[in-house]
Design a protein around this ligand. Sequence first.
Ligand code: FES
Length: 169
Amino acid sequence: MPDIKPCDLTDSDTAGDLARAELRDRAGSPVGTDEAPDGHAAITDGVYICDSATLSDGGKGVRTNVRYLGREASIFFVRFDEKVYGYLNQCAHVPMELDWNEGQFFDDSGLYLICATHGAIYAPESGHCVGGPCRGAKLRAVQVEERETPSGRAVYWLPDDAVRPVAAV
Ligand code: FES
């Protein structure tokens, strides 16, 4: 099973643990393979990330480990203004992950993505740096879409040539 982080659920009860285990199994599995869980197995052109309800507007994001140009990296997904966006988790200033606290990508206002290292802020809908040391640069976007599935609405990542699932490399 690939070493990919699932949706970040905070429940601490047994049901929450079971849900996390199930999502851990789903996350990073290229859908359409035998490893994909029921309800998501029929989709062949994306990677299940999490159920849509996991991402709240301006709230905590979901990270997943990937290979970026052959190196270990992570990508993340957030919801803003009802839409889901995905980016390589790498600041445009220095190639460091944005979140010190895992999954914490928005600033206090919930309007901007923020890098925890030097405070660069990014427009969540475009990835453009709008303040801080890398103004004018932008985050590297990854393709994402929400789909209706037999198990409910879910977020899927569409890998590209440079950002690949860990299991596919
Ligand atoms: S590393 Fe992100 S602002 Fe410097």
